[in-house]
Ligand binder design. Structure first.
Ligand SMILES: [Zn+2]
Length: 165
């Protein structure tokens, strides 16, 4: 397929209307990630950004069940347990690093109405954090069929942690 790299077309994964489609969407993400590491006021929702974007682009970021579990439990932890939106949960990370046996479920094809475009449009770090939160909740809603699995994996991860809360 021959297409101008600047053509405004929807990203096939998340539906964001961005110049350059998939590549344009990815470069938006790269910009937001780079800003996180240069400005601590944006880094406050770094993990929320990563988990949300990854769940909207699972072909790239959730190819293995381990990476899916990382992002699915990650988002669940942040939204349902009011976890640390900058860095996530260390006990869950340690559990996944031990490669627990997990089965990969079917993923939703619709991944929510909001996309990275809504976060990118925010004019300052406060509005940005609010936009990422709304985008994250909309994505979590689209993953409603997998929410019980996410909760079950979180329980497994916390139970397996030597330092339980
Ligand atoms: Zn996208």
């Amino acid at each position: 397929m021959v297409a101008s790299s600047n053509a405004v077309e929807p990203c096939p994964d998340c539906g964001a209307t961005v110049a350059g489609g998939t590549a344009g969407c990815q470069s938006l993400m790269d910009e937001l990630l780079a800003r996180d590491f240069s400005d601590v006021t944006y880094f406050r929702v770094h993990r929320l950004l990563v988990d949300t974007y990854s769940l909207q682009h699972p072909e790239r970021y959730c190819a293995s069940v381990k990476s899916l579990a990382a992002h699915l439990t990650g988002l669940c932890w942040l939204l349902e347990h009011d976890g640390n939106r900058a860095v996530g949960n260390e006990a869950l990370r340690r559990w996944l690093n031990r490669n627990p046996r997990l089965d990969k479920p079917e993923l939703p094809s619709f991944r929510g109405k909001l996309t990275i475009a809504s976060a990118q449009a925010a004019s300052d770090s406060i509005r940005y954090a609010e936009a990422v939160e709304l985008w994250a909740r909309s994505t979590w809603e689209a993953y409603s069929a997998l929410q019980p699995l996410a909760r079950c994996w979180i329980q497994q991860g916390l139970d397996a942690s030597p330092r339980k809360r």
